[in-house]
Design a protein around this ligand. Structure first.
Ligand code: C2E
Ligand code: CA
Ligand code: CA
Length: 454
């Protein structure tokens, strides 16, 4: 049966699979035998086997699945689903910046069934399409109700499964439901995993561009568990990357997990995406992620997923993450050593609105006094020749405050002295005059990042 057949110009090859049932062990009559053979055949497909014998155990599993499938169908008809909302918190402000909608199945006898217990089967059977449609409608209806109730409304992200993304008419549904409720598309976001977009990348890209055109923001969910690189995934229009919980759990104790998380943050930022860490459960994880520039967190530490009224109450009461546990201290500080005000003014222009503390010293001694009394992370000097006891200021600072990051802006006249300092590791960057504000800004921001991660 596997031999190729030629139809017209096309060679076609069949891939037959057999299910085997044996009389009398697997059935007393033709009907029972055929039914069991068919069950074995279905299972052979899942097992990628060319043939499979029927077994009782296999039958039991099939029956269980079948029952669950029937129950799921009923659940869709009878509306047994409910959405929980888990807040996402902005790490700069501590405020709730959004939520993720997570489905639960309220089974009349079995109680609250978590999604891991039924989403895989729903995907296998295609039932995820109507379930996903329900989620879209429920999120929009909820957002509309919250908007009418007054008070703050934040974007709610919903999860799209692969089949839904490929087969369902998600875009059309979203468009019509948003219109029906006269909702701003900015109040709905979508979470997709890389496996969803990698199945048919070209088509996925089109669909995602259409989502973007509608005004929906997209998150790359569970990042780090698959095989793709962010650089590759950048060709899809994601605004957010979610670091998978698998890397967060031990982020403060496992150097590999820490390195991966930091790499994801750095890479995402350089590609202009924001980063959400999932599954943050402890103050230490929070502190670590905040110090490494992660943008948002989601996890039990701030809140578990909660029912809609509880989430609305959190928003209405302005519940915030206490960032005090982060030991934030004073803002990152930059010391500008500048006899005149040229460099200081330039720093003010480039970095004045970024939340940094900017101090100035007009001489080498003044600079050393400031360093002794203030906690300074970055020293910017407008030349090499601020000297004290014959030594360049930068060399002294490098000895006394090795943790500071030192940047020199200088003319070519001092090139040799600057190169010597650079080679001795006393200087992090050397910029030549005249400098440009943008370059200065990037150099200082990089320096601060480096300071925090070192
Ligand atoms: P997900 O998209 O990765 O959602 C995050 C899961 O992590 C949620 O599990 C959430 O309750 C859990 N979680 C959040 N913070 C913490 C934490 O600090 N510690 C721990 N241990 N867990 C945390 P949940 O609600 O059971 O959902 C599981 C998965 O089911 C979701 O993973 C998502 O893939 C899927 N799912 C949920 N709702 C939907 C939906 O409406 N549609 C589709 N297609 N899939 C859904
Ligand atoms: Ca998700
Ligand atoms: Ca996730």
């Amino acid at each position: 049966m596997s031999a190729p057949i030629t139809i017209g110009e096309q060679a076609v090859q069949l891939a037959p699979r057999l299910g085997v049932a044996v009389f009398p062990a697997d059935g007393d009559d033709a009907e029972a035998l055929l039914r069991n053979a068919e069950a074995a055949q279905k299972q052979s497909k899942a097992a990628l086997a060319r043939f499979l014998y029927f077994s009782q155990e296999l039958n039991a599993r099939m029956a269980e699945k079948l029952e669950l499938e029937q129950m799921l169908k009923r659940a869709i008809q009878e509306g047994q689903f409910v959405l929980y909302y888990q807040p996402k918190v902005d790490l700069r402000t501590g405020a709730i910046a959004g939520a993720e909608a997570l489905i639960r199945w309220q089974h009349p006898e079995r109680g609250m069934v978590p999604p891991d217990r039924f989403i895989p089967l729903a995907e296998e059977t295609g039932l995820i399409v109507p379930i996903g449609d329900w989620v879209i409608r429920a999120v929009c209806a909820q957002q509309s109700a919250w908007r009418q109730a007054g008070g703050p409304v934040v974007p709610v992200a919903l999860n799209l499964s692969a089949l839904q993304f490929r087969q369902g008419n998600v875009l059309a549904t979203l468009r019509s439901v948003l219109e029906e409720h006269a909702l701003d598309p900015a109040c709905v976001e979508l979470e997709l995993t890389e496996s969803v977009v990698m199945q048919e990348p070209a088509i996925a890209q089109q669909t995602m561009l259409a989502f973007g055109a509608l005004g929906l923001k997209l998150s790359l969910d569970d990042f780090g568990t698959g095989y793709s690189s962010l650089a590759y995934l950048k060709r899809f229009p994601f605004q957010y990357v979610k670091i998978d919980r698998a890397f967060i759990t031990d982020v403060t104790s496992n150097p590999d997990d820490a390195a991966i998380s930091m790499a994801i943050i750095a890479m995402a930022h350089s590609l202009r995406m924001r980063v959400i860490a999932e599954g943050v459960e402890t103050a230490a994880q929070l502190q670590f992620l905040r110090a490494r520039d992660c943008d948002y967190i989601q996890g039990y530490y701030f809140s578990r997923p909660v029912a809609a009224p509880a989430f609305h109450a959190m928003l209405a009461s302005g519940q915030c993450l206490d960032l005090g546990v982060c030991g934030a201290g004073p803002a990152p500080t930059i010391l500008v050593v500048d006899e005149a005000t040229e460099l200081r003014d330039s720093v003010q222009r480039a970095l004045g609105n970024e939340g940094y503390r900017i101090l100035q010293a007009r001489s080498a001694s003044e600079a050393l006094t400031v360093l002794a009394t203030e906690s300074v992370q970055v020293v910017l000097s407008d030349r090499m020749v601020h000297k004290r006891d014959g030594r360049p200021l930068i060399s002294i600072v490098a000895r006394l405050y090795p943790d500071t990051i030192r940047i020199v802006l200088s003319g070519y006249a001092e090139l040799q002295a600057a190169l010597d300092a650079l080679n001795r590791g006393e200087v992090y960057r050397f910029l030549t005059k005249p400098w440009d504000d943008q370059l200065l800004k990037h150099t200082v921001v990089d320096a601060l990042r480096r300071h925090q991660s070192g």
